[in-house]
Write a protein that binds this ligand. Structure first.
Ligand code: CP
Length: 312
């Protein structure tokens, strides 16, 4: 297998060919096997310097990237916007150019503004990886979701995947749609009409406003968080109403009596979009997604920054 990608940066899945995604997932499974070993560290990125720049909160993505980088023996610097000179008015361009003048090889960046990672590629020569840019894309989340589906089902081609929840504000939804469609899956998005963007069918997905229909149709369901922090601006009338109409509740799952794989990118609001009993059940692969997140991020870093010899 050639360990080269056609892309220089990972900014989103919209412009990543299926062959690159397949390679990232296949190499991800090699790293997943390495993660099961007693000694999980390999010298692949020895001497490479990576900065994790998080301008927005994160638990899974930030720690997962840091673990992936350290397990590949890279030198890691963590930048947190809340304790940086961004608070003194420094621009994104100045922040990034100052950091890169310290000879860094790669920026992993999360930022609230859509397109900010693409913007950074205009300022620097180093590799840029999008760890979530506003409501635009979250490509590494989608790749770990794809890897988890492949692990569970053996193939993504023809798989029926429903994405349920706040689609319009979700970077996870958009990256999953691009990735799933390119790898041959059938995709349905489901949620309240005002939380699904008009014209989304043009991306090749089905639309449903009935979660029971989505459950009956799907092999796997990826459940998205309703963002409580946006309740104040009336994103949904009430949490109770949302749970009743769209929640993946214990009662709803019992009434369908069907094998359905449950996914969630986290963080979960238990008792809102997903009941705790379902999140913790045998049907859920949520914690497998988290483990695959480390493996797939190791794969991405290796394929974008490594000398591509150690795994050949
Ligand atoms: N899935 C995800 O992006 O989680 P974090 O916000 O905790 O990184």
């Amino acid at each position: 297998m050639s360990h080269k990608l056609t892309i220089k940066h990972l900014l989103g899945l919209e412009n990543v060919p299926a062959s690159d995604m397949r390679k990232i997932i296949d190499v991800g499974f090699i790293f997943r096997e390495i993660l099961e070993r007693p000694i999980k560290k390999i010298p692949t990125l020895n001497g490479k310097n990576i900065v994790n720049m998080f301008f927005e909160n994160s638990t899974r993505t930030r720690i997962s990237f840091e673990l992936a980088e350290k397990r590949l023996s890279a030198d890691v610097t963590n930048f947190s916007a809340s304790s940086s000179s961004v608070n003194k008015g420094e621009s994104l361009r100045d922040t990034v150019q100052n950091l890169l003048s310290m000879k860094l090889d790669c920026i992993v960046m999360r930022h609230p503004i859509p397109g900010s990672c693409y913007q950074v590629t205009n300022y620097v020569d180093s590799v840029v990886i999008n760890a979530g840019d506003g409501s635009h894309e979250h490509p590494t989340q989608a790749l770990l979701d794809l890897m988890s589906l492949k692990e569970k089902f053996g193939s993504i081609n023809k798989l029926k995947v429903a994405i349920v929840g706040d689609i319009i504000h979700s970077r996870v939804a958009l990256s999953n749609i691009y990735g799933l469609i390119k790898l041959g899956a059938d995709v349905m998005v489901c949620g309240p009409p005002h939380l699904i963007q008009r014209g989304i069918e043009d991306l090749g997905v089905k639309v449903s406003y009935d979660v029971n229909q989505a459950i009956e149709w799907a092999d796997a369901i990826n459940i998205l968080r309703i963002q409580r922090e946006r309740m104040g601006v009336g994103i949904i009338p009430s949490i109770r109403e949302y749970r009743k109409s769209f929640g993946i509740t214990k009662e709803r799952m019992l009434s369908h009596k069907k094998e359905l794989v449950i996914m969630h990118p986290g963080p979960i609001n238990r008792g809102v979009e997903l009941d705790g009993e379902i999140a913790d059940s045998e049907q859920a692969i949520i914690l497998d997604q988290v483990l695959n997140g480390v493996a797939v991020r190791m794969s991405i870093l290796y394929l974008l920054l490594g000398n591509n010899e150690l795994l050949s």
